[in-house]
Design a protein around this ligand. Sequence first.
Ligand SMILES: [Fe+2]
Ligand SMILES: [Fe+2]
Length: 291
Amino acid sequence: MRILFIGDIIGRPGRELLRKGLQPLVEHFGVEFVIANVENSAAGFGVTKDIGDAIVELGVDVMTSGNHIWDKKEAIEYIPTEPRLLRPANYPAGVPGRGSYVAQSGDGRPVGVINVMGRVFMLNIDDPFQVVLREIEAMRARARIIVVDFHAEATSEKIAMGWHLDGKVTLVVGTHTHVQTADERILPNGTAYLTDAGMTGPHDSIIGMEKEPALARFLNGMPSRFEPATGNPRLNGVIIDADDKTGRAIAIRRVSFSEQELMGLAAGAARDLHARTPVSALSEPAGRVEG
Ligand SMILES: [Fe+2]
Ligand SMILES: [Fe+2]
């Protein structure tokens, strides 16, 4: 099973890039299941039903989130109606929505997805390390392949989660910092790991937002209104191959593409519809993909 995980989608620029680029990316790599973090998809803050529906329509199988999940108030009504939209599982009991979901690929193979959130420099909610084990146990009988989105600020907490879950899940991928890290690897017991998937949105920005107001907050300490930036949108994420029988990861590759590069993939796919990047190529050092 080849799975694509997409880093935080930022507002309209991120959604537009997803609309144009997801299909070429899926076709080029032969992706069979898509997960995306949508916590910033509505103007940089939260998600709405219309936007969630549109993202699913584009081919995203499961949506994860994080600390921005409640920024748009309608999420409180929306999330109980949409099992494919997750919020961190370690919010206290009684919070609307769910933190895990077992979905199916197009050909009916189950994929479990769990969303948890870190506590270092973040909200002091329930222990993600305990909660994630409980969630894994609850879905173990239904899914061998399990992906964990660990939405966290601190690199140390994310790496700790990787080792905590090595051999228990297929992929531990971090989100929230909006900056892709270069530490993708497969841990000794078969769990693929990446500290942060990065963001799908404008990279000429301060983590997705217009530079001037974000910089002003550092310069003068006064409140300023943040809007998503527009310049240099890139789609960030990670692709893994998983063994269907064992749930172990076989290969991992980071991806970071501009619109132009995604369109190049589309042209490449059109030349040979059945061409798929071989599994071995996924393990090569990350870099630009040849069409
Ligand atoms: Fe985010
Ligand atoms: Fe976040």
